[in-house]
Design a protein around this ligand. Structure first.
Ligand code: FER
Length: 253
């Protein structure tokens, strides 16, 4: 299924839980930098939500997976527009009660930004290994271990696997302020972080959790960036948190 974002087709997979009722909440699940919606940890996160009775919508973002656009042309602005379009698409689905956002790594940064942009429509945010430090890192002149002059930018960066990233990616990242988005969101936020991830990712996940008005920060001991052997723990944490949030939001009427 494609969702059309101003002519850009975003490939998406909508799935309902087993024995689904007529209406239910839905979680939009978004991948990271160079990732896609069929990665092991993305599928696992979506499964955990469905096991708790939530529908899920996994989406390939601009320049990734089976969506339109070239990888080298993707920017956080394009991803932010994609996220707003996908949220509006879900708002139009009549079986959906509440909308939640879940994102991994650069997708974790994206759900923080989208939570600020569309705060009144988002019931909760789940950020997995969020790369919230990308903007600050781009301003300092360091991305993915590459160093560059943050003012006189190179035309492109050779990242990995023969992939090239255009300088517009860096220009946009330098202009993004995730703190602004965090301050606009007062709903519940879960941040999950593996202890074997990069130190700057771990620090930025902690900083983001501390800044949110209503957050829970949980570490998975020994887990790397994409969780690998720790997928069962990841699924358990997601199920536990989403079930608690759901029942507490019902208590409040
Ligand atoms: C970086 C660190 C992490 C970066 C991107 C990421 C483009 C994203 C990782 C991911 O989404 O898995 O310096 O620069």
């Amino acid at each position: 299924m494609y969702i059309n974002d101003d002519g850009i087709r975003l490939d998406a997979e909508l799935e309902k839980p087993e024995n689904a009722p007529e209406k239910m909440p839905l979680v939009i699940v978004m991948h990271g930098f160079t990732g896609h919606k069929d990665e092991h940890h993305i599928i696992a996160a979506a499964e955990a939500f469905r096991e708790a009775g939530y529908a899920t919508l996994r989406v390939d973002l601009y320049g990734h997976g089976k969506s339109d656009g070239a990888f080298k042309d993707h920017t956080l602005y394009k991803w932010m527009t994609n996220a707003m379009t996908v949220i509006d698409y879900v708002r139009g689905l009549d079986f959906v009660t509440d909308i939640y956002l879940c994102g991994h790594s650069q997708g974790g940064l994206l759900v923080m930004l989208a939570g600020g942009l569309k705060h009144e429509f988002i019931k909760g945010i789940i950020a997995l290994s969020p790369a919230a430090m990308i903007p600050e890192s781009a301003r300092r002149g360091e991305l993915l271990g590459y160093n560059f002059d943050p003012v006189a930018l190179p035309e492109e960066l050779d990242v990995w696997d023969g992939k090239t990233l255009g300088s517009n990616y860096i220009r946009v990242a330098q202009m993004v302020h995730v703190e602004e988005a965090i301050d606009r969101y007062d709903g519940p936020v879960l941040i999950v972080q593996g202890t074997e991830d990069g130190p700057s990712l771990i620090q930025s996940a902690k900083d983001a959790a501390a800044r949110y008005a209503n957050s829970k920060y949980v570490e998975i001991e020994g887990a790397p960036h994409c969780y690998d052997d720790h997928i069962p723990q990841l699924k358990g944490l997601i199920r536990e948190w989403i079930v608690t949030i759901h029942s507490s939001s019902y208590d409040q009427g």
